[in-house]
Design a protein around this ligand. Structure first.
Ligand code: NAD
Length: 370
């Protein structure tokens, strides 16, 4: 594998740490993409990668995504991510996560971890036994617990901003909202939208789950294969990504797409394709940042009220992105990237002068609050 070439190709990262401990079977990679705005925060994914190179490319791609997400969301955080190579159902041990925690600790707060696909609160508590630089731990240990209600609240705020932009109204009463996926995020979102008086169209590949949510929200359950193409005012994808491409875009019958799923566009150019046919797309990494905001608050000493104050900002973040897109005649996803890059460049330069001091302040905040 051409190591440095791969790193340069996938985002020119500040630091990549290879973690290896054969006693406990740990093989992991931590990637710190950019710390211009603050310490790099991003979860640890455990996955059975086909090759070491696949793992490296994944961690490089995901950590760069975290830089953009934090920056576009107005958070004082940089972007990082970690991957552990292995089968999360068979290969997890306490020793593995503690050894991983020692690597996280060695970075002294430049990288802060959390749970992600394949890792759980329990795993993060093993990491926490070795380092304070971990978020998303249980409430009993001073953490914030499950982030999905905050992600869903942020998505609600994003739907409100998108409806304001497209239909010039502040009310969701009577709006037809189609939700794909009623798991952690989708089910909470359905409850919030029901309270706002929206009419819900719901689908999940788990039929029973869809029906349970529909029963308590007066929703209509439809087939999962047609949910994306339902006639509605807002389409809220809350399942998996890679949804919008040359084949699906012409079949859409909603003028707004605003949902919590990650990586909804198959390629960046599909954001432009949506703009061309007048569909307002809320960039996924901006509208679904509520979970990240929630763990960010954990760093300062957790309070649910402050977490909600952050998720409310998703409303203004999106309106600002829509206004950049209109002014510059670009897609909303490009406008979100531009907002992130501008902030990294402006605030990053300012902060550079004080980096040593800022790092120490982070350290103090973290240790004092736990
Ligand atoms: P989850 O696994 O709890 O829920 C996903 C749901 O989607 C499940 O009920 C599943 O049955 C359903 N589903 C899968 N494929 C489907 C399909 N084709 N049609 C209909 N339903 C389908 O996951 P989650 O935590 O709710 O996350 C949902 C999305 O939001 C993911 O893309 C995730 O990356 C993203 N996200 C989640 C959070 C969070 O706080 N949980 C934060 C940011 C982004």
């Amino acid at each position: 594998m051409a190591l440095f070439e791969t790193i340069e190709k996938h985002g020119d990262h500040e630091e990549v740490v290879i973690c290896h401990n054969s006693d406990v079977g740990l093989k992991a990679i931590i990637a710190i993409h950019n710390t211009a705005l603050g310490p790099a925060l991003g979860g640890t994914r455990m996955w059975n990668y086909e090759s070491d190179e696949d793992a490296l490319v994944d961690v490089l791609r995901l950590s760069k995504g975290m830089t953009y997400k934090a920056a576009a969301s107005g958070l004082n955080l940089g972007g990082g991510k970690a991957v552990i190579l292995g089968d999360p159902r068979k290969q997890k041990t306490e020793g593995m996560f503690r050894a991983f925690g020692q690597y996280v600790n060695s970075l002294n707060g430049r990288y802060i971890t959390a749970e992600d696909v394949g890792t759980s609160v329990d795993d993060m508590e093993n990491v926490y036994a070795e380092t304070p630089w971990v978020t998303g731990i249980s409430k009993e240990l001073g953490g914030s617990g499950d982030p999905s209600p905050y992600t869903a609240h942020g998505v609600l705020m994003g739907i409100k901003a998108s409806v304001k932009q497209k239909y010039q109204t502040d009310s969701l009463k009577g709006m037809r909202v189609a939700i794909q996926g009623l798991g952690h995020v989708g089910a909470h979102l359905a409850d919030y939208l029901f309270e706002e008086g929206a009419n819900l169209i719901l689908a999940d590949i788990d039929q029973e789950r869809a029906q349970t949510v529909a029963d308590r929200t007066n929703g209509k359950v439809v087939d999962p294969s047609t949910i994306l193409f339902e006639e509605c005012d807002v389409l809220a994808p809350c399942a998996l990504g890679a949804l919008f491409d040359d084949k699906t875009i012409p079949q859409l019958r909603s003028k707004v797409i605003a949902g919590g799923a990650n990586n909804q566009l198959v390629e960046d150019r599909h954001g432009e394709a949506l703009r061309e046919i007048g569909i307002l797309y809320a960039p996924d990494y901006v509208i679904n940042a509520g979970g990240l905001m929630n763990v960010f608050v954990e760093l300062e000493g957790y309070s649910p009220e402050r977490a909600l104050a952050h998720t409310r900002k998703i409303y203004d973040n999106l309106l600002e992105i829509y206004s950049i897109a209109e002014r510059e005649g670009i897609s909303n996803n490009k406008a979100a990237n531009r907002r992130a890059e501008d902030r990294i460049s402006q605030i990053g330069k300012l902060r550079q002068k004080h980096t040593g001091r800022a790092q120490r302040v982070w350290g103090t905040l973290k240790v004092d609050n736990r």
